[in-house]
Design a binder for this molecule. Structure first.
Ligand code: RTP
Ligand code: MG
Length: 194
């Protein structure tokens, strides 16, 4: 269902200055709508986000409640947790200069009934269904980005990424794997062996 591949555009390989990491989630309303899911994936690549890590998971109630703990007690909490456990989610580690703000701009405002008018070309403006079923999540600060990356990708180390991978990405030394929806560092060793 989620393994659709289309021809994604290649980005212009110019040097990038500083990659910032953020955590995005493609929510169940999107993952259960393959045509829209693929359009959003295209938006991500076209907007020059590098997809550093990507996985598809199904959250159980405990995990979703933990992720949204800051919203416990709010009127939409139960609805939000039920929605987030209703189907697969695709958490993503995204990299770009100023990625936290840039990803939130691409998502558009939280409230879909607003974003359809104010930001019709954003992810939520184009694909969101309701104020809760709003297609995507994005970290709102450097601190939450770190916490949320750890929550979904405990095996990923930002320190290790900056030490071992980010330079290659900054210099365009990567390729895009549409099937797994991730940008991969090109191993010069393996290409030389041909
Ligand atoms: P997110 O955390 O998902 O990136 O969204 P956000 O910062 O823009 O919004 P936030 O206030 O953190 O709310 C988290 C998620 O709760 C759902 N929500 N439903 N009135 C409602 O029904 C309502 N309000 C918020 C949305 O899924 C929102 O993204
Ligand atoms: Mg939030």
């Amino acid at each position: 269902m989620l393994g659709i591949s289309r021809n994604f555009p290649k980005r212009n390989f110019s040097a990038i200055k500083d990659l910032e990491l953020t955590l995005g989630i493609l929510k169940p309303d999107l993952t259960q709508h393959p045509f829209n899911l693929n359009l959003v994936r295209e938006m991500i690549v076209e907007n020059n986000f590098l997809v550093i890590r990507s996985k598809i998971i199904k959250m159980d109630r405990r995990k979703a409640e933990e992720f949204y703990a800051e919203h416990r007690g709010k009127f939409f909490f139960n609805r939000l947790v039920s929605f987030m456990t209703s189907g697969p989610c695709q958490p993503l580690i995204l990299a770009k200069e100023n990625s936290i703000q840039s990803w939130r701009e691409l998502m558009g405002p939280t409230k879909v009934f607003k974003s359809r008018f104010s930001d019709p070309e954003s992810i939520r403006g184009r694909f969101g269904l309701t104020d809760t079923r709003n297609s995507s999540h994005g970290s709102d600060s450097v601190i939450t980005a770190e916490q949320e990356m750890k929550f979904f990708f405990p095996e990923f180390s930002p320190t290790q990424f900056y030490a071992a991978e980010s330079r290659d990405f900054c210099h365009g030394n990567y390729e895009f794997d549409a099937e797994s929806f991730v940008h991969k560092k090109i191993s010069l060793h393996s290409t030389n062996l041909g």
